[in-house]
Write a protein of this length. Structure first.
Length: 429
């Protein structure tokens, strides 16, 4: 294999990693300044005002408190660090007077501190800080300014972190908006990929579309974590309290988006099975592909709305998306979309809850979103028996949840008993 075949993938990986690194630096630059200000300020206060020599615990508490946390409130994090540092130092000081200093004593102190931390709180950060600080107290040389000077340094570091967050705030909405826009853009591309896979009726492309839908979940988690972090920032900063309503609204929308993404994964799994086993008619394919493309456009617009700073413009964009989704919901019925087979109907039925979730993401309640959806009524095709006509599946008909071929056989056999044997043979082929 030529050397270039190895070099090019490595080059692309290095470029991608570098771009991601520069993005993280840019997004976290203000937070980096906050960390520097809090840690250096706490260190200088303890050294110059309180007279503590080398108050390293003050700077440590401030740095850890303001670290690049995601998915946790800053107030809880700062409180965990401050208490962990303080209790760890107190435990270390007390046990040092009883046991003395040394490696063995440090091991005993660490075991006691970690066990006590787990008893007091389940937070990992609290446990780490309490155990680390207590061990350092035993291992480091004692200070000349008193037993509890290091405890005071830890408290000063925590207070400095609180003050920096309050006096020099950053807009908590920036990163949640950015993460949400990235999520919705990727989700829109996934819907477009699903539409292209169905149009080509390629099993390989359908499988790739399914894998792409699965890759959306980390982006959902990242966006939701950013909202949680932003809510913590809003509680501490001076101006952040004015943004609580927007952050709460964004969090609710992301919850609905998460459900919608889960539904597209289910849809794509069913699409793979359909392409593997049956051939849908052209009208059915065209109508489903058109719906997926329309949903892709709506999702993209919904992401742009979430990232829009102006409130009135954001609400206006969401209303427009809501109207477009409402038009889609009014035709999500098999007979209206030219679907004449059970397999096509199953795809339509899987699109319906996804549209409901997207409508809820625009700010509607579940009941309000359901009003947009066209009733199924008796419009299902002749291949699908009414729910009231289906008897319970007894113990002899155990079907796996993903055994779609067996399910089709059962439904067809109940609706057309004479064709049951032929249907089963067709499904096996």
């Amino acid at each position: 294999m030529p050397l270039s075949d190895h070099v090019m993938p490595l080059k692309r990986k290095v470029i991608n990693q570098s771009k991601a690194g520069f993005t993280r630096v840019r997004e976290g630059f203000l937070q980096s300044l906050q960390i520097v200000l809090a840690s250096v300020g706490a260190y200088a206060f303890c050294r110059d005002v309180l007279g503590h020599p080398e108050p390293i615990f003050a700077a440590t508490a401030a740095v850890v408190s303001l670290g690049y946390v995601r998915g946790a409130t800053h107030s809880r994090r700062i409180l965990e660090v401050t208490l962990g540092v303080t209790l760890g130092i107190l435990v270390g000081d007390g046990l040092m007077h009883l046991l003395g200093r040394g490696t063995f004593q440090a091991a005993v102190v660490l075991l006691i501190s970690v066990s006590l931390a787990r008893f007091l709180d389940r937070g990992m950060l609290f446990t780490i800080q309490m155990g680390l600080q207590s061990a350092l107290v035993v291992l480091m040389e004692p200070t000349s300014v008193g037993t509890f000077a290091r405890s005071v340094d830890g408290i000063v570091g925590g207070i400095a972190a609180f003050l920096v967050m309050f006096i020099f705030p950053r807009d908590p909405r920036v990163l949640p908006r950015s993460r949400t826009r990235k999520l919705m853009s990727t989700y829109s591309n996934a819907l477009t990929e699903s539409a292209q896979a169905l149009r080509s009726y390629s099993e390989n492309q359908c499988q790739k579309a399914l894998e792409g839908a699965r890759d959306l979940q980390p982006l959902v988690t990242a966006a939701q974590n950013e909202v949680v972090t932003a809510k913590g920032l809003a509680q501490l900063s001076v101006v952040g309290r004015n943004h609580k309503a927007e952050l709460r609204d964004l969090g609710n929308s992301l919850g609905s988006i998460d459900l919608s993404i889960r539904n597209i994964r289910v849809f794509n799994r069913r699409m793979v099975s359909t392409v593997q086993n049956v051939q849908l008619g052209k009208p059915a394919i065209d109508s489903i592909v058109k719906t997926l493309q329309q949903l892709s456009s709506c999702v993209s617009d919904l992401g742009e709305a979430a990232a829009t700073p102006d409130q009135e413009e954001r609400f206006s964009m969401r209303r427009q998306v809501r109207d477009e989704l409402g038009e889609i919901a009014q035709v999500l019925e098999p007979s209206l979309m030219g679907v004449r087979t059970l397999e096509g109907e199953s795809l339509i039925l899987l699109l319906r809850p996804m549209v409901i979730d997207l409508l809820e993401a625009t700010g509607l309640s579940h009941e309000e979103a359901m009003e947009y959806l066209v009733p199924l009524g008796e419009g299902m095709t002749e291949h699908a028996p009414r729910t009231s006509q289906l008897s319970r599946i007894d113990g002899q008909e155990q079907l796996a949840p993903d055994d779609t071929r067996a399910l089709n056989v059962v439904l067809r056999s109940r609706s057309h008993p004479k064709n049951a044997k032929n249907s089963e043979e067709s499904e096996e082929r």
